[in-house]
Design a binder for this molecule. Structure first.
Ligand code: PHE
Length: 341
């Protein structure tokens, strides 16, 4: 520092004005930091003027010291004020950018729901679970042993053809189950009476598709075995079921029928009141007393135990209950149909 001491004091006053202007002009924190380095850093003019103090007379030193203090005080105050200002502005900008508008209406998210068939299946199972039944399930690709043989349907029995069985290629005697009765055969094979099970699930038959037929459909079948089980128990059970599903005023009627695994067998109709005072009967299921031969094939003594069984088509119940006139509606996955229920 070679300037005369008075020039140095004037220079400090000038520097103060320059520094305050630079602080005011810094428009973000990094720029402000640059100002500090430029005016007060180790290699700044100010640092040189400070170092030069030791070469001064006491009076000169005092004068320059006051000038430097005044610079420092003004600089620090302005710097701190600007720093706070810039930090406040940065925060405000961030809050603005990340702002959530809590008054916006929520976006509509459509919700899925179980298919009508699933709903009806659950409703049916609820009724039986309420009566003390257990739910049992089995495979859809089933051994002929369970689908036919143990149910009294021998290999030359016409029912094998009537059921339009779909065989699984490459396997000996494996079919897509034509009913859920094989699950009952599986339960009887491992469980001793008393037995009360319902068996829901998909079933398959090589039927051509039309308004009332589908090669894939579903059933809930039931089986009860115990001592002193009678046809009266079957009737009471099915009446309670029909009333739970279709209405408390319903009646049922049993018509003689034939199934290889039950004797006697019945088709069961439920009463309905149609439009215009129309009364009538609608068939809803097949049922019967378990054939003694079926019991003994499963190792259950027919002299001691008796049982009943029934098989209900879930599609049929859903169609009657909800006025669906075409079975294909259940499988076509048309969102408008599905959203209806
Ligand atoms: N398994 C029979 C069917 O699918 C229904 C049925 C079950 C009939 C139990 C009587 C007893 O056609």
């Amino acid at each position: 520092m070679t300037d005369a001491p008075e020039d140095a004091v004037a220079r400090i006053v000038e520097l103060k004005a320059e520094a305050l202007a630079a602080i005011a002009a810094a428009d973000d924190t990094p720029a402000l930091n640059d100002v500090r380095v430029r005016f007060t850093g180790k290699r700044s003019v100010l640092a040189d003027l400070q170092k030069g103090m030791r070469d001064l007379t006491p009076d000169e030193r005092k004068e320059r010291g006051q000038a430097l203090n005044s610079f420092r005080a003004a600089f620090d105050a302005a710097y701190q004020a600007r720093e706070e200002q810039l930090a406040g502005a940065a925060l405000a900008a961030r809050l603005e950018a990340e702002r959530l508008d809590l008054t916006l209406p929520p976006r509509h998210r459509p919700r899925g729901r179980p298919n009508l068939l699933t709903q009806v299946e659950h409703e049916m199972l609820e009724v039986f679970i309420g009566m003390g039944y257990r739910v049992a399930e089995g495979p859809e690709a089933e051994a002929g042993l369970f689908n036919f043989d143990l149910l009294n349907i021998e290999s030359d029995h016409p029912a094998r053809q009537e059921m339009d069985t779909i065989y699984v290629a490459g396997f000996d005697d494996v079919v897509l189950r034509t009913h859920t009765s094989p699950v009952q055969a599986r339960v009887m094979a491992v469980q001793d009476p008393p037995i009360a099970v319902v068996c829901p699930g998909r079933t398959y038959r090589a039927d051509a598709v039309d308004a009332t037929h589908s090669p894939v459909f579903s059933q809930v079948e039931g089986l009860v075995i115990g001592e002193d089980i009678t046809m009266g128990d079957l009737r009471g059970t099915l009446l309670a079921f029909s009333r739970a599903l279709f209405g408390a005023d319903r009646q049922i009627r049993l018509r003689p029928s034939h199934f290889p695994f039950t004797e006697p067998s019945a088709e069961v109709d439920v009463s309905f009141d149609g439009p215009g005072g129309n009364h009538g009967w609608l068939e809803i299921l097949g049922a019967g007393m378990v054939d003694p031969n079926v019991l003994s094939m499963s190792g259950i003594e027919p002299e001691r135990y008796a049982g009943f069984a029934f098989g209900i088509g879930i599609e049929r119940v859903a169609m009657l209950r909800y006025g669906v006139t075409d079975i294909r509606e259940f499988f076509e996955a048309d969102a408008r149909f599905l959203a209806h229920f």
